[in-house]
Design a protein around this ligand. Structure first.
Ligand SMILES: N[C@@H](CCC(=O)N[C@@H](CS)C(=O)NCC(=O)O)C(=O)O
Length: 218
């Protein structure tokens, strides 16, 4: 198994963390998003949307969309589980994960930032405000759930990491890239602290990947 990713991609980071939690080895093939490699026909033949991650299975199948990939990994490598056993629990975990992966993160991906810059001529300071705003909107919504719901434990849902923690932790990586004030999301930051005690999260950090700079402003 191998997957296409890139050091600074938060969606690829979600898959990297899931693979690490499962103890599954998969080579990461970098697609340089800053040089537009994702838009080349060779990569579009692998991923029609021109985005990472893509998980390549040994039979040649290409799986796309990080949450679909993580659920595939969870079904094919059940231990440790990344989803609760009960349907209501799974709905909550998917809900928390989707606030990040479907509502927050898509607004700050390269194609959106490029459109703001090149087509709408929005300056860098305003683009940064855009990213900070939408990153924090997602984290504030997650924080409201985590702080008031009894299912919250050491992690987002109980005392073991789930798909929700993977999404929330990567969104906090993004918040730090954009120098967001995370003061208003204490429940998120508490859970993030628990995630980062786990090696799978810690070594999957974007800035720890080959080719990454030592620090990143945004
Ligand atoms: N919803 C997708 C998001 C994929 C995505 O947008 N990936 C970004 C990097 S985090 C990307 O490859 N963007 C390329 C671009 O926007 O041109 C997923 O979760 O896999």
């Amino acid at each position: 198994m191998k997957y296409y990713g890139f050091w600074r991609s938060l969606a690829a980071c979600r898959v990297r963390i899931a693979l690490a939690l499962k103890g599954v080895k998969a080579e990461e093939i970098p697609v340089n998003l800053m040089q537009g490699e994702q838009l080349k026909p060779e990569y579009r033949a692998v991923n029609a949307q021109g985005v990472v991650p893509t998980l390549m299975l040994d039979d040649g199948s290409a799986l796309f969309e990080s949450m679909a990939i993580i659920e595939y990994l969870d079904e094919t490598h059940p231990q440790p589980p990344l989803m609760p056993k009960d349907a209501k629990g799974r709905a909550r975990v998917r809900g928390l994960a989707q606030i990040v992966a479907c509502d927050g993160h898509p607004l700050v991906v390269p194609r959106i930032r490029n459109y703001l810059e090149k087509d709408l001529a929005i300056d860098e300071a305003t683009r940064t405000r855009w990213c900070q705003h939408w990153i924090m909107e997602a984290l504030k919504a997650v924080d409201a759930h985590l702080s008031k719901e009894k299912e919250t434990g050491r992690f987002c849902h109980g005392d073991a990491p789930t798909l929700a923690d993977i999404c929330v932790a990567t969104q906090v990586f993004g918040a730090r890239f954009y120098n967001c004030d995370t003061g208003p999301v204490p429940a998120v930051m508490r859970v993030f602290g628990e995630c980062m005690k786990l090696e799978a999260f810690e070594r999957s950090h974007p800035l720890k990947q080959p080719g990454a700079p030592k620090e990143l402003k945004h």
